[in-house]
Ligand binder design. Structure first.
Ligand code: FEO
Ligand code: CA
Ligand code: CA
Ligand code: CA
Length: 658
């Protein structure tokens, strides 16, 4: 059930970035330590001098983001003492910091609902409670457009639900073809999507959520949605017998946000919800997106025909998009922005390049690609004409070469190979079949591109490639199939994020120097980078998602690294320090701060999920009867584990990380 995004569905023999990196890393080790140090810790802004000045013009014109143009800290960028790895069932932060739990799964957003510890909240309850498995997230100050540091909206993705955690012991985890099964699927659907919740800081510095705020909202797997851009809801390939009007967003992984104050939620592993008991042969398009008879084993199709591939196959095409939400308008309809392509979107990182929006997005599957969308004209012009800047522009896919250069290849109908003669009907067809279009133009395969962040001074683009080791596949060597992952830096030509060529290098090859002699002996050990975000002061925050089939296992080279964690790096020196360790079975994901950087919010996703190492030690995997087999975080013994947001503050009131 886990890490299904490890399973490749790319049938091409397009070159693989992992091979290029493996050969660079091995060349580096042959050449010796001095070069190793320069490549691993390569200083971005210095090495590409002159780019920062050009970028800062853009930056000053940017009135939406949180970047302060003056920093009031004069200390070192990383001002804390890094902490050790941990296997404890708790959150640890450096000395001088404190953490609290906010909005765990099931927290009531409205009056009239109460949390039930035995998981007996109904589907109708769940639709009024915080969803499950918090992921990408953004703090929007209230009132809209201000920089308020102690009152705002927290908008949080909920990626998926865990059948061993969300149902009662009496309900069981099996989906049956009856009313009980329908209620269980309905509860799972209500646990997905997005939470919008008003939060406020109290006089003692702690944070609380506001029950019944007019802004509070749940968007779920059944909320009505619309389509915009080149693929309209009326498109023949979206004509669904079970959803005549489209509904829902699923597997909401990482996120983005726009200059005009909206939130972007990204649909990642949507394919796994679908299945069938009928005979099933996937079309090439379906196979390319990993659609299969069994799906991820959720069996929702047994109770809900919407997810039965035999009943309805066009419902598949409703998913795989970036969805725009206006958090300040609780009655607004979420919009699927089709110009950004249909893939397994990890996130959608929006930056501005000479007034145009540029949106970076990774397709998190082993062998899939990195994309960017470039607006066709300044976003303010589109907004002034009441058009979405995300509906007008060009989608590109990255092609990397072995010597450190690259090209953004357009996915435009009629250009190159994407012609009618080659079977591409129109731009809508190119976008519904984005992966196949990218295959056709010769994109470079990658080891699972996850989050992407952009340095607002140098305009360098950082991409987390989490790992290349398949689910339970044998790990043959330390770089092949790449169990630890790496962070790659893309330097766009002219420090212009709209440029069509770039150079690239390895920012850091993650790993454990005790196993991997190619790494500097002093490198901080970590693996499987996933969340990636650079703050105002250019601290590069790194969140890990070591799969639960690898955590703590010597056979996976992960026995020294401990539970999933968050680290922070100085991009000018390459130094990395460990800032936070999470409880058992979790991953760290989602990160946002208040505009003054004095409060940081991060998410603990899937604490207590089935984890090979802990299952073995603790006498079995979690079940509805024993949901706490791996973890009882955050409330300890006698309580079930609950995904939650963690609020981090510095005891002296300083910026987080300083
Ligand atoms: Fe949802 Fe690729 O992490
Ligand atoms: Ca992720
Ligand atoms: Ca991941
Ligand atoms: Ca994960």
């Amino acid at each position: 059930m886990f890490d299904t995004d490890d399973i490749p569905s790319n049938p091409t023999d397009n070159p693989h970035l992992g091979d290029m990196i493996a050969s660079r890393v091995s060349r580096r080790s042959l050449l010796g330590g001095a070069l190793a140090a320069t490549v691993v810790g390569l200083a971005g802004s210095g090495a590409f001098g002159g780019t920062a000045a050009a970028a800062s013009d853009d930056h000053r014109g940017n009135d939406y983001d949180d970047h302060d143009d003056h920093h009031d800290d004069h200390g070192p960028l990383l001002g804390f003492t890094g902490i050790e790895p941990s296997t404890d069932d708790t959150v640890r932060v450096p000395e001088g910091y404190t953490w609290d739990v906010l909005i765990p799964w099931g927290t009531p957003l409205f009056n009239g609902v109460t949390w039930q510890e035995d998981a007996s909240n109904t589907a109708a309850d769940q639709a009024k409670q915080v969803g499950f498995n918090h992921d990408g997230m953004k703090y929007f100050p209230l009132p809209a457009g201000r920089r308020n540091r102690n009152r705002g909206l927290l908008v949080v993705n909920h990626e998926y639900t865990d059948a061993s955690q969300i149902y009662t012991a009496a309900q069981g985890s099996t989906i049956t073809p009856d009313a009980a099964g329908q209620e269980k699927v309905a509860k799972a659907l209500a646990g997905h999507g997005v939470t919008v919740v008003e939060i406020a800081q109290l006089s003692d510095g702690s944070w609380t959520h506001v029950v019944g705020s007019k802004y509070n909202r749940r968007i779920t797997g059944t909320t009505p949605v619309t389509f915009s851009g080149p693929v309209p809801a009326s498109h023949a390939m979206l004509a669904s017998t079970v959803s005549p009007t489209p509904r829902g967003t699923l597997n909401n992984c990482a996120n983005g946000f726009t200059p005009w104050g909206t939130y972007l939620t990204c649909e990642e592993n949507w394919n796994g919800y679908f299945g069938t008991d009928a005979a099933f042969t996937a079309t090439p398009l379906e196979a390319r997106y990993g659609v299969s008879k069994a799906g991820f084993g959720y069996n929702w199709h047994k109770a809900e025909p919407r997810f039965d591939l035999q009943v309805n196959r066009n419902e598949l095409n409703h998913f795989g998009w970036v969805v725009e939400i206006d958090p300040f308008s609780p009655n607004s309809t979420p919009v699927k922005r089709t110009a950004l392509g249909r893939i397994k979107h990890e996130g959608a990182t929006v930056v501005e390049a000479r007034g145009k929006v540029v949106v970076y997005t990774g397709d998190d599957e082993n062998g899939d690609y990195v994309y960017k969308f470039v607006g066709d004209r300044p976003w303010r012009e589109h907004r002034a004409r009441r058009r979405s800047p995300l509906d007008h522009g060009t989608l590109y896919v990255a092609q990397f070469d072995a010597v450190g250069n690259g090209t953004w290849l357009p996915l435009v109908h009629g250009a190159g190979v994407l012609t009618v003669a080659n079977g591409w009907a129109d731009q809508a067809d190119v976008l519904i079949r984005t992966r196949q279009a990218a295959d056709a133009v010769g994109a470079t395969r990658c080891h699972r591109p996850e989050w992407i962040t952009v340095d607002h001074e140098t305009r360098d683009v950082y991409v987390a490639f989490t790992n290349g080791s398949g689910n339970n596949a044998a790990v043959n060597s330390l770089r092949d199939p790449n169990p630890y992952g790496h962070i790659v830096r893309i330097m766009e030509a002219g420090a212009n994020n709209a440029a069509l060529t770039f150079s690239w290098d390895i920012y850091v090859a993650a790993g454990d120097p005790a196993y991997d002699a190619t790494l500097p002996a002093t490198q901080t050990i970590f693996g499987s980078p996933d969340g990636l975000w650079m703050d105002d002061d250019r601290r590069l925050w790194i969140q890990t998602d070591i799969s639960n089939s690898s955590q703590n296992l010597a056979s996976r080279f992960y026995d020294h690294i401990g539970n999933n964690q968050m680290l922070v790096s100085d991009p000018d020196t390459g130094e990395i320090r460990r800032f936070l360790t999470g409880p058992r079975g979790c991953e760290l994901t989602g990160i946002t701060v208040t505009p003054d950087q004095r409060t940081m919010f991060v998410n603990i996703q899937h604490p207590g999920e089935s984890t090979t190492y802990w299952n073995t030690l603790n006498g079995g995997a979690p079940t509805v009867s024993n949901p706490s087999a791996v973890s009882s975080w955050p409330y300890g013994a006698g309580h079930r584990p609950r995904p939650a947001t963690v609020v981090i503050r510095k005891l002296d009131g300083g910026k987080i990380g300083s």
